[in-house]
Design a protein around this ligand. Sequence first.
Ligand code: ZN
Length: 168
Amino acid sequence: MESKVCTKCNKNLAISEYYTITSKYGSTYTYNYCKKCHYTHSTKAIAKKWRKDNKERWHVDVKKATKAYHGRQSKGVYLLVTTKGLYIGATDKFESRIQQHRTSNFGGNMKFKGAKVLYATLVQEVNDRKERLEAEKRWIKKLRPSLNLVFNSDYKKESKIGGKYIKK
Ligand SMILES: [Zn+2]
């Protein structure tokens, strides 16, 4: 196998470890430093310098990317099947919220502490926040998930009318 010594790290490496450029006339040019050095000495350094010189812009871009990511996430009512019962929730960031549930294991609540998420699904897609909360209530009434009886105070208030859980 053809190889050559990198001018930056001095390692003898296979030609495939170097970037090669082919001109439109068919002649090829192989870089004198390897791909790894190409990254650490140019790409990485240039990116680092750019971020340093454009701090404001960099922060704006990060914010934009984060916002775009969240914007792409599903919005709606979701159902969790956990080791300690069902849970209905509403969110505008389904993927992040489920991740949160999976990692926190309902740590805040004594009764459901350590409940592990076995399955999560979006039961209804709702983009509007107000409609989403209404939809959440409807789903709670419909399914009466055990974890919501403690977590959702709205449902508690409604469901305790008359001293027993009401079915609507
Ligand atoms: Zn190298």
